[in-house]
Design a protein around this ligand. Structure first.
Ligand SMILES: Cc1cc2nc3c(=O)[nH]c(=O)nc-3n(C[C@H](O)[C@H](O)[C@H](O)COP(=O)(O)O)c2cc1C
Length: 123
């Protein structure tokens, strides 16, 4: 089973991930140097770079970037052209697909979609 790796500052992304029921690892400031040795989908909220430092620490650690199968981004469309820029930047910088974008903790439709995407990456 493909795992979810995610970061959440105010709990929205955590709520989204919980709703998917998928096996997940939450990156925090104290575990960001964990070594991953299996493919995973990264789900990140959108903030200035210094706020999401643990995500970049995680990606830079060991072979973690290699095992990233893709990234999904949570954000707020009110930020207009800055909507989900964190996930977009990661997709570009780490050459991984931007799999999906959603707002806050996601709708039922968002949950179903990400479950489908993760399943399709497993086969
Ligand atoms: C200070 C601040 C800056 C934010 N900047 C952006 C942004 O540039 N683009 C965007 O799409 N969302 C932005 N957001 C919205 C969050 O990324 C969004 O609410 C997300 O769901 C929060 O996830 P979390 O609760 O897991 O941390 C910002 C939120 C805050 C509080």
């Amino acid at each position: 089973m493909m795992k979810i790796v995610y970061f959440s500052l105010t709990g929205q992304t955590r709520r989204f991930v919980k709703k998917t029921g998928l096996d997940a690892f939450e990156i925090t400031a104290s575990n960001s140097f964990t070594d991953f040795d299996e493919p995973y989908v990264l789900i990140v909220p959108t903030y200035e770079k210094d706020v999401v430092t643990p995500v970049f620490d995680f990606l830079e650690n060991g072979r973690n970037a290699e095992f990233c199968a893709g990234v999904a981004g949570g954000g707020n469309r009110n930020f207009a052209e800055l909507f989900v820029f964190t996930a977009k930047d990661i997709a570009k910088d780490y050459h991984v697909p931007l799999l999906y974008t959603f707002e806050f903790n996601g709708t039922e439709e968002d949950v179903k979609y990400i479950q489908k995407v993760v399943k399709s990456l497993e086969s």
